[in-house]
Design a protein around this ligand. Structure first.
Ligand code: SF4
Ligand code: MG
Length: 318
C-alpha cells in the first residue's frame, strides 16, 4: 500500500548571520502510513518544528521530495498548496498565540470551513466542540475566558474542522501544566483512533511521545539518527543519543531502573555542524572514526536485532 506521506531527502537551509548557512534539516527521509502516528523527538533546536512546517510547506524546503497521498507537493503553486492543506493541518505549542483573541470561539473554529466554502458551519462547529470535550456554550465565548488546556482543545477543534487526513502536532502539550498534559494527550489519542488520523507528533519529551506513537524518529542537529517501532525503541534504544534521552524518562513502578546518562554540553551550532557524527562531542562511545565519517541511517546489526540507526557502533546489514 502507498503510504499517506513519503518524505525523501528533505533539507532546509536558512541564510544565517555573517554569511553562514543554518542547516535546520539535513536529508530527512521517512514514511507515514494511513492512520499511523510518528513521534518526532529531540532537544529544542534539532529541527523538529522545521520538519513539521516543511512537510506542510509552511516553510519552503530547500530540497527534497514530499509526496502526500501519491502527489508531489514541492512543485505545487501556492494556490494549489492552500487547497491541499485542507487535508493537512497543524496544532501548535502555544494555544493562546495561535487563537485570535478578538474572535469568538465559534468564529475561530468555523473559520477554516468558511475559507473553504463548506456549508453547515454552525452545526459542524457544535459537533467539533463536543468532539474535543468543550461545553456547548463555548462558541459564544472568547479565548481568554478559557484555561490553557481548554484553549488547546479549541485549537484542536479548529485543526480538525475540515476532517484532515494528516495532523502535525508541534509540542501540543509543552506549554501546559503537567496535570493537564495527560488530558490533552488522551484526547489526541482518542481522536486519532476515532477519526483514523495520521499524525506527526513532535515533542522534546519521550515520556509524552510514548503514549501516542506507533513509531518514533529521533532527531539530532537536523537529522534523523534513529527510527523504528515505538515499543522497540523504548525496549532497546540503539543510538547513544536515544539511550541518553530515554534514560531521563522515569520507568514504570516495578520496572528495573535505567542508568541515567547525563548529556554534557549543548546541541552544536547548526550553522557550524561538527564533522563526522554530529553527536561525537557528547557521545561516551565516540571513536576516532566518529569525528570524520558521517554515519548513515541504514539498517544495522544490534546484537540479534536490526535497528535503523546512524551510528558507527553497529555494522550495516549487508
Ligand atoms: Fe557516538 Fe560514534 Fe555512534 Fe556518533 S557514530 S553516536 S559518536 S558512537
Ligand atoms: Mg520547536
Amino acid at each position: 500500500m502507498t503510504p499517506l506521506l513519503e518524505v525523501q531527502g528533505l533539507t532546509k537551509h536558512y541564510a544565517g548571520p555573517h554569511g553562514r548557512t543554518l542547516r535546520a534539516l539535513q536529508d530527512v527521509s521517512f514514511t507515514l502510513a494511513e492512520g499511523e502516528v510518528l513521534g518526532v523527538v529531540g532537544e529544542s533546536g534539532c529541527g523538529k518544528s522545521t520538519l513539521g512546517r516543511a512537510v506542510l510547506r509552511l516553510t519552503e524546503p530547500t530540497s527534497g521530495s514530499i509526496r502526500f497521498a501519491g502527489e508531489e507537493l514541492t512543485g505545487l503553486s501556492r494556490h494549489a498548496m492552500t487547497k491541499r492543506r485542507r487535508d493537512m493541518q497543524m496544532v501548535f505549542q502555544d494555544p493562546f498565540g495561535s487563537l485570535n483573541p478578538r474572535h469568538r470561539v465559534s468564529t475561530i473554529v468555523g473559520e477554516p470551513l468558511v475559507v473553504h466554502g463548506v456549508a453547515g458551519v454552525k452545526a459542524r462547529v457544535a459537533e467539533l466542540l463536543d468532539m474535543v470535550g468543550l461545553p456547548p456554550d463555548s462558541g459564544s465565548r472568547f479565548p481568554h475566558e478559557f484555561s490553557g488546556g481548554q484553549r488547546q482543545r479549541i485549537a484542536i477543534a479548529r485543526a480538525l474542522a475540515l476532517s484532515p487526513k494528516l495532523l502535525v502536532a508541534d509540542e501540543p502539550v509543552s506549554a501546559l501544566d503537567v496535570s493537564i498534559q495527560s488530558q490533552i494527550i488522551n484526547l489526541i489519542a482518542e481522536l486519532r483512533r476515532k477519526l483514523s488520523l495520521s499524525m506527526i507528533f513532535i515533542s522534546h519529551d519521550l515520556s509524552v511521545i510514548r503514549h501516542v506513537s506507533d513509531r518514533i524518529a529521533v532527531m539530532y542537529l537536523g537529522r534523523i539518527v534513529e527510527t523504528g517501532d515505538a515499543a522497540d525503541i523504548f525496549a532497546r534504544p540503539a543510538h547513544p543519543y536515544t539511550q541518553a534521552l530515554l534514560s531521563a524518562v522515569p520507568t514504570a513502578p516495578g520496572q528495573p531502573k535505567r542508568e541515567r546518562i547525563v548529556l554534557e554540553g549543548d546541541l552544536p551550532d547548526p550553522s557550524a555542524p561538527p564533522p563526522g557524527c554530529a553527536f561525537h562531542g557528547r557521545c561516551r562511545h565516540a571513536m576516532p572514526r566518529c569525528a570524520v565519517d558521517i554515519p548513515a541511517l541504514v539498517p544495522r546489526r544490534v546484537g540479534d536485532d536490526v535497528a535503523l540507526a546512524a551510528c558507527h557502533l553497529y555494522e550495516p546489514v549487508s
